[in-house]
Structures are given as C-alpha cells and as structure tokens.
Write a protein that binds this ligand. Structure first.
Ligand code: TYM
Length: 319
C-alpha cells in the first residue's frame, strides 16, 4: 500500500556513514519500493540550535543537498526541500509547544546528551522535538526512517499528535519510526555510536585519504584475535555490498590478528560503496541544487498548505 515517508537531516556539518546507513539509505531504498510518496528535508532551522555561523550554514545546506543527490535521491521521485522554505513547520511547531509541558520536554535524551556535551541549552534546542514533530505531522507521514538516537523523538511526535487530537478533534496522523536492524546505531572509530560530537566519524564523502585516516584510527580493542570495532563497521559496509556475515567471518578468520590488513580491506570496501557516489557528487552544480530546492518547496507546500488550513480551523484561528 502506498505510504508517505519523510525524514530529515540537520545541516550542521558534513554527513558521516552513520547518517547514510541509518537514515538516508533506508529512505532511498523505500523510494524504490511500491509507489511510496517520499519527502526528504534539509533541517536547517534545527541546525541553528547549535550552529551560529551564517557562511558555514549556507555551505552546509548546499553540501547536504549535494550529498542527498549523490547518495541516490532522485528529485523527480522524492520531494527534496528545505525546512526554512516552508513556514507551516514553524506554525505547527508553535502549536505543539503550547500543548506539551516543560517537564515532558526535559525528559528528552537528545537534549540532555547535547547539554551534557557542552552545547548551549537555548530555548530552540529545548523545544527542538516539537519542531521535528511538526516536520512530520504536517505531511500526514506514515513512516520516518531514522537511526536509533531519534526513536524517542518519534515517540514525542506521537505524543504531540495525540495531545493535539484530544484538544481539537482528530486531525493529525500518528507516525511510526523505521529503525533498520543492524544499522540503527552505526559505531564510530572508538566503538561508541558514530557522532560528530564524539569526533569518531568516518566521513561519507571524504577523500580516500580522509577515509583511510579515519579507518586507521579505529581503536583495535580485540575480542579473541578479532578487532571488534573494525569488524562492526565492516559489517555495515558488507551489508551494503550485498555480502553475508558468513563471508565477513571467513575474511576475519583468514586474517586473524592482522589488524592493518583488515583495516586496508575495510578502506577498499568503503571505497567500493562510496567511490561511485563521490564521482557523481562532483558533477552536481549549485544551480542544480537551487532548482531542486525551489521545486521541492512548491511540492512540499502543496501538501502542507491545505493541512495547515485544517489545523488553523481546528485550533480556532481561521476566521
Ligand atoms: P541528525 O541530523 O542528527 O541525524 C540524521 C540521521 O542520521 C541518523 N544517525 C545515525 N544512524 C545510525 N547510526 C549512527 N551512528 C547515526 N548517527 C546519526 C539519525 O538518527 C538521523 O536519522 N532531529 C533530526 C533531524 C530531523 C528529522 C526531522 C528527522 C529534523 N526533522 C523529521 C526525521 C524527521 C536530527 O538531528 O538528525
């Protein structure tokens, strides 16, 4: 059955392979299944909760769209748009803020983690889950492909939708998260979840040298004679290559104890997955990006505008 799928990635830096395997690839895969209706958003308003450099933000926006297109997102099939191009998000975000409580938002793991890591606890960062809920609910979204770290935000979305429907009558749909098994938490070079703030990432579109440097820095704590952190990242790459865990086990058995050789093979395997996408990425121009975003904004608003009218009516602000 036709489903509406939506996800978003923050324009707060360069994408890493965790973002790709956790969210972007599942979205691309769903685009190619059935005749799902797919929306992919650049979460640039979310990015300003932490990024305060205008030049950097603008560069990130171009780069992330370039990354999406290179990663196989077809802008004819997918509505690829920027959050800040559609003010309906802000309006529903505000309405949700007026429905949930401060103690409820205080339980958000992501907020607590970010503040613990030294991010400024600004009000935007605090209410961030309600803008995300708006991003999703505004399009009557069925499925949201995300990594494990975003699961709670989808629960928060359901809670905001329920609160809205209880207060104003059934208007909004409850979405479900899609966390793909095996890639929900792609590990970083230190074995923790790959995350920009842990400085343990393998860049999605780094040069071969950058990828090599990141792979060589993988901490080789071993379990038996198998370097577990290398193996776990390799596992994700092997799946993308359509190879089985048995084949991976055989490779690690054959090279037991030879950490450098295994890391070299991992670099080559990452290159096999990323290389063709990187080559495609280089051909994407800024003009093309602007055209894709302009078209995406029109198509996104064609869905959200009637929806926000319904919401305004329900709330009592449509005169
Ligand atoms: P963000 O930008 O932090 O991350 C983008 C996506 O990448 C996933 N991800 C991972 N998946 C597996 N392993 C990892 N190590 C890993 N690291 C990151 C994240 O789970 C996410 O799916 N709030 C969101 C952006 C957002 C959004 C939305 C998402 C805004 N509006 C609406 C879905 C729907 C965020 O900050 O993701």
């Amino acid at each position: 059955m036709k489903k509406r799928i939506l996800t978003g990635l923050q324009a707060s830096g360069t994408l890493h392979i965790g973002n790709y395997f956790g969210a972007l690839k599942p979205l691309v895969d769903l685009t190619n299944q059935d005749d799902n209706e797919v929306l992919l958003m650049v979460a640039d308003y979310h990015a300003i909760t932490s990024l305060k450099d205008a030049t950097e933000l603008k560069t990130n926006i171009y780069n992330i769209v370039r990354d999406y297109l290179a990663a196989g997102v077809d802008p004819k099939k997918v509505i690829l748009f920027r959050q800040s191009d559609n003010q309906d998000h802000m309006e529903l975000g505000w309405i949700f803020n007026c429905l949930v409580t401060v103690p409820f938002l205080m339980q958000a793991h992501s907020y607590k983690d970010k503040v613990a890591k030294g991010l400024e606890p600004n009000a935007g960062l605090f209410t961030y889950p309600m803008l995300m809920a708006a991003d999703i609910a505004l399009y009557n979204t069925d499925i949201v492909p995300v990594g494990e770290d975003q699961r709670q935000h989808i629960e928060y979305t359901r809670e905001a939708v329920t609160k809205f429907n209880n207060a104003y009558g059934k208007t909004l749909k409850e979405p479900k998260e899609l966390v793909v098994a095996g890639v929900g938490i792609v590990p970083g070079t230190d074995g923790q979840k790959m995350s920009k703030s842990y400085k343990n990432t393998i860049p999605l579109f780094g040069t071969r040298e950058e990828i090599q440097k990141a792979v060589m820095s993988i901490v080789t704590d071993s379990s038996g004679d198998r370097p577990l952190n290398v193996y776990n990242i390799h596992h994700v790459i092997y799946r993308a290559l359509g190879k089985s865990q048995d084949e991976l086990d055989a490779l690690y058995h054959e090279h037991a104890g030879k950490y450098k050789a295994l890391k070299d093979i991992l670099v080559d395997d990452i290159e096999t997955v990323i290389g063709p996408m990187r080559a495609k990425r280089e051909l994407i121009t800024d003009d093309e990006i602007r055209a894709v975003l302009a078209d995406g904004a029109i198509r996104a608003k064609a869905i959200s505008n009637p929806m926000i009218e319904k919401i305004r009516k329900a709330v009592g602000i449509a005169l």
